[in-house]
Design a protein around this ligand. Structure first.
Ligand SMILES: [Zn+2]
Length: 259
């Protein structure tokens, strides 16, 4: 019973009768999603926040001077039931631990009627599609702008995922530094996950540095130098297999070591 007290407190509402006993700023009298005091500051006549005004105007007041009373907000009768308490507890848990969905998934679930916020967690300005996450979200856009990959208004990045990927595949200048774009995509995705799962904000310069060093490591691992041996007067040339490669952050070799 003691452990249920905070939950019960969340669902208790002070029902307005005459209104005489209600403290506007302290009692849970506003029937919002959970009963609460009014939000605002200072004098009630001028400074109650706009969102509360229609709710307050919708509360009937007693003409007969009926006293204010306490009740349970989540049942029509005003009496607490285990079922309504359970529903509220579940709702509070869901709000404290929102399920983390990937890009596009939240928008799709919402279109099927689920109560899910499809907005991007990093900027809150647009639904989080794959294109938004990789190319249009301000932190991602900043990475592309600071990277050696040329960006141009109306050309790259655009609102089309396939246009952007096609541009990276086919249109980049023939420059060694352009090879870092797959790593930029990868580290932008990692930065998005760090924000969603750990609330960590990544520095765009760090993302570019990580991408650049992985790109160099990858290129180095691909280079095999021809070895020439002279054996019984015969010249033999061969390409040795790559034996040592740098380990990535997740601890797995980029390509399997061969003996
Ligand atoms: Zn965003």
């Amino acid at each position: 019973m003691v452990s249920a007290r905070p939950l019960v407190n969340k669902g208790l509402i002070k029902r307005v009768g005459s209104g005489n006993s209600i403290s506007v700023w302290e009692d849970p009298w506003i029937p919002a999603s959970c009963p609460r005091p009014a939000t605002g500051h200072g004098a009630i006549s001028t400074l109650i926040f706009g969102e509360d005004v229609p709710i307050i105007l919708g509360i009937p007041t007693s003409r007969t001077g009926k006293p204010d009373s306490m009740g349970w907000f989540f049942t029509k009768s005003g009496r607490y039931t285990v079922k309504s308490g359970y529903v509220l507890a579940q709702q509070i848990l869901d709000e404290a631990n929102p399920i983390k969905y990937g890009p596009d998934i939240r928008a799709r679930l919402q279109s099927r009627g689920l109560q899910i916020d499809p907005q991007c967690v990093r900027c809150g300005m647009a639904p989080e599609t794959v294109n938004h996450m990789l190319f249009e979200c301000p932190p991602a856009l900043q990475v592309w702008a600071l990277s050696p990959i040329p960006t141009a208004l109306d050309h790259f990045p655009t609102g089309g995922l396939f246009t952007n990927i096609a541009h990276l595949f086919w249109n980049l200048p023939n420059d060694e530094r352009m090879g870092m774009y797959p790593w930029l995509l990868w580290f932008i995705w990692k930065a998005r996950n760090d924000k969603v799962f750990s609330n960590d904000d990544s520095d765009p310069n760090d993302i570019i540095n990580h991408a650049a060093s992985e790109a160099v490591a990858w290129r180095t691992a691909q280079e095999r130098q021809e070895v020439t041996l002279v054996w019984r007067g015969i010249r033999l040339s061969y390409l040795p297999e790559v034996k040592s490669v740098r380990l990535m952050d997740h601890g797995k070799p980029q390509i399997p070591e061969r003996v």
